[in-house]
Design a protein around this ligand. Structure first.
Ligand SMILES: Cc1cc2nc3c(=O)[nH]c(=O)nc-3n(C[C@H](O)[C@H](O)[C@H](O)COP(=O)(O)OP(=O)(O)OC[C@H]3O[C@@H](n4cnc5c(N)ncnc54)[C@H](O)[C@@H]3O)c2cc1C
Length: 473
């Protein structure tokens, strides 16, 4: 099946002799993995099991000095370069075949300044690690909904989650970044310094340099929030989704309600006869005061006759990991995404129809509610493009047996195609797969030309091209 599985070619390291590798190893404070070194296979394993790439060398950097050296080394030896944060990107862009991977996963420091409400975060930090440290001070920043995702890739593509309707995209909370450029300089990017680079980093992905620290603004959240799942039978799915749409349109910014259409996992609060049957799940989180949360969620609870309603006070950091068991690493995954300005009847019916034909128990249709504070930042203020979308729909094909590749990928592609006339044409770059290069321009939207000009300034030779790539103008 072309374009769905990355190459498993062996390293093409003919230009890279053992002497060069040992020089690299001696210069780094971190570790170097080549195919003959124990730990190499672990080091080339990422979240999506569809990705099976064999880098010639993996430089697990310990700090910005290592990153500077590794960037120079890759260019000196003509090696393709990939950059790994948390290794979650569905497209497998954390790795490359036969080149050098700058692996940032060991750079794990989080320094919280509670008085200024900012955190300085290294690029190997996962969302769960960030939430853990931030919540120790009663603070949080909008990040994604799966705790093993990396903060680095998520932030550079835009970043959103349960808190985004209240506090904006992750990039709206980014105060500054330390960046190693492809020429090996370490620069700071903020509204005051290298403001053009700072603009590009906030949504332009890993195209402009390698970020070695993110300074993120934070907000008072939790420690408990009103959150949970409302699970409905599938029989009324069309009507339920129409009611959801109307209720969602009138919700306060503190409340987010996402929809998942899937087969019910064997959760203890669901009756056994529902397990394995299609259900409509409304997942909610209210970020403000608990009592106000009860009131705000009431209209959602009044929709239909749920099978289960487990919305109650939950630790914020616990709810941030609530979906982890359904999104564990090691499965085969193929996703398709659209930005939707509104949920029209026809689009809703397409989602329900696709969910009637799920090719497996782990496949799902995911509807993330956007809007709210995401709209408070003007479209042109950051490179993230997509603030016009009230919803992002993700078609998650997920399975374990490679023999099912065709069926699962085909299911995702079919719904994606059917939904296209109902979508804005924009897309969230962080959800795009490896075979969507023709969509990249549309994904960066009206910002593409400015991004291409900045790419020419900061990476004229397109050294950083294993990503949703912006060609230098
Ligand atoms: C299960 C799951 C759930 C998700 N949920 C959400 C969600 O709720 N909200 C959301 O916004 N997104 C979500 N995402 C998408 C997520 O934002 C992207 O997968 C993102 O790329 C992950 O970042 P990473 O660092 O883990 O990825 P990696 O694969 O390590 O990196 C992705 C790319 O980012 C670039 N990059 C990484 N680190 C750096 C760096 N320090 N400097 C320069 N470039 C770098 C590189 O180009 C790299 O190829 C989810 C993904 C998964 C798999």
């Amino acid at each position: 099946m072309s374009g769905t599985k990355s190459s498993s070619a062996q390293p093409t390291s003919s230009t890279l002799d053992a002497g060069a590798v040992s020089t690299l190893a001696s210069r780094l404070r971190g570790r170097v993995f080549t195919p003959d070194v124990a730990g190499y296979d672990d080091a080339r394993t990422i979240w999506n099991a569809m990705i099976d790439k064999h880098p010639a060398v993996i430089a697990r950097c310990a700090g910005a000095a290592d990153v500077r050296y590794a960037v120079g080394f890759a260019q000196e030896h003509g090696l393709q370069l990939a950059v790994r944060g948390g290794g979650h990107n569905i497209a497998g862009s954390a790795l490359c075949d036969g080149g050098l991977v700058i692996d940032l996963s060991a750079m794990k420091s989080v320094r919280v300044d509670p008085a200024r409400r900012v955190a300085t975060v290294e690029p190997g930090v996962t969302l769960g690690e960030f939430d853990h440290d931030a919540q120790a001070f009663g603070l949080a920043t909008p990040v994604g909904i799966n705790s093993t995702t990396g903060i680095a890739g998520l932030t550079l593509g835009g970043g959103f989650g349960w808190l985004s309707r209240t506090y904006g995209m992750t990039v709206d909370n980014l105060r500054s970044a330390d960046v190693v450029t492809v020429s090996g300089e370490l620069v700071s990017a903020s509204e005051r310094e290298n403001a053009d680079l700072f603009w590009a980093l906030r949504g332009g992905g890993g195209n402009f340099g390698i970020v070695t620290a993110f300074e993120l603004g934070m907000h008072k959240v939790g420690p408990e929030v009103m959150a949970g799942l409302i699970v409905h039978p599938f029989a009324d799915a069309e009507a339920l989704l129409r009611r959801y749409r109307d209720v969602a349109a009138a919700m306060p910014n503190e409340l987010s309600a996402w929809v998942v259409l899937r087969k019910a996992p064997p959760l203890p609060f669901l009756p056994a006869e529902v397990h394995g049957k299609e259900v409509v799940v409304i997942a909610v989180l209210y970020s403000g005061d608990m009592k106000d949360g009860e009131r705000a969620i009431a209209p959602l609870r009044a929709i239909g006759k749920p099978i289960a309603d487990v919305v109650s006070p939950h630790p914020y950091s616990g709810f941030q990991a609530a979906f982890d068991p359904l999104l564990a690493p090691g499965a085969r995954n193929y996703w398709k995404t659209h930005n939707l300005a509104r949920l029209g009847d026809e689009a809703l019916d397409l989602l329900v129809d696709a969910a009637r034909h799920l090719p497996g128990p782990q496949c799902e249709v995911f509807l993330a509610q956007m809007g709210g504070a995401v709209r408070d930042t003007p479209e042109e203020a950051t490179a993230y493009s997509g603030r016009d979308a009230d919803f992002i729909v993700n078609v998650h094909a997920r399975w374990t047996d490679a023999g099912q590749d065709g069926e699962c990928v085909g299911w995702a592609r079919a719904l994606f195609k059917d939904l296209a006339p109902h979508a804005t044409g924009g897309a969230y770059v962080n959800f795009m797969t490896q075979d969507e290069s023709e969509r990249v321009r549309m994904a960066y939207g009206p910002h593409y030309a400015r991004l291409a000009a900045l790419k020419k300034k900061y990476d004229p030779a397109n050294v950083l091209r294993v990503n949703q790539n912006i060609n230098p103008a």
